[in-house]
Design a protein around this ligand. Structure first.
Ligand code: KYN
Ligand code: ZN
Ligand code: ZN
Length: 207
């Protein structure tokens, strides 16, 4: 049985979210303790809660929503890169030779901040995105809440992703994952009209 790493945040009450965004909540609709034959509940959450996949619609008003995006970028061989110590943004020099790898995930945290919002998270330089695209990369992932800095108004890294029609994973948890090659499985939910979707992201050891 090949080893699996779960690289997803737990969705839960109190989950740190982008300042001003919708808090995560899970509330009962019907409960067995009240005589219902089953327990049923409801979720309220930001589309960008926890570990998620941005849809192109997030940064392009004419972009595909989460239901329309193809699945191929979110499934397949990927390279995990140790980008700890990158400071404000990951520069091109951080990325090793890719040799045809189409998915790259960046670890920037020593220890993922599960219980606090980090406003000074590491972003990715737009030039790095463009360089990855030129190498044939189709998906870029990171363990921070966004490819762009929290105070960005121009979203230059997302615009570089748009220009190359790449896909994005954010909010990954890579603390326990050694740098190297893995199989990535992180499929967005087919949510009509959504600008992003939570994903259950895992890495599986390659045979
Ligand atoms: N929830 C938000 C609300 C407003 C602005 C940004 C966010 C984000 O979460 C950042 C997002 N994950 C991004 O793709 O950059
Ligand atoms: Zn996002
Ligand atoms: Zn994003």
């Amino acid at each position: 049985m090949s080893r699996i790493w779960d690289i997803s945040q737990k969705l839960r009450a109190g989950l740190p979210v982008w300042p001003g965004d919708t808090q995560f909540s899970h509330t009962p609709t019907w409960e067995m303790r009240d005589g219902s034959p089953v327990n049923v509940s409801a979720l309220t959450l930001s589309t960008h809660s926890g570990t998620h996949a941005d849809a192109p619609l997030h940064y392009d008003p004419a972009g595909l929503d989460s239901a329309a995006s193809d699945l191929e970028p979110y499934l397949g061989k990927c390279l995990v890169v140790d980008a700890r110590g990158s400071g404000a943004a990951i520069a091109i020099g951080t990325v090793p030779g890719l040799d045809g790898i189409e998915r790259v995930l960046f670890r920037t945290y020593e220890s993922f901040p599960h219980d606090m919002w980090d406003e000074n998270f590491t972003a990715i330089e737009p030039e790095t995105i463009a360089w990855l695209a030129a190498q044939g990369v189709k998906l870029v992932g990171i363990d921070t809440p966004s490819l762009d800095p929290q105070d960005s108004k121009t979203m230059d890294a997302h615009k570089a992703v748009l220009a190359a029609d790449m896909r994005i994973l954010e909010g990954l948890v890579l603390d326990d994952v050694p740098p190297g090659l893995y199989e990535l499985i992180a499929l967005p939910l087919p949510i009509a009209g959504a600008d992003a979707s939570p994903v259950r992201a895992i890495l599986r050891e390659l045979p």
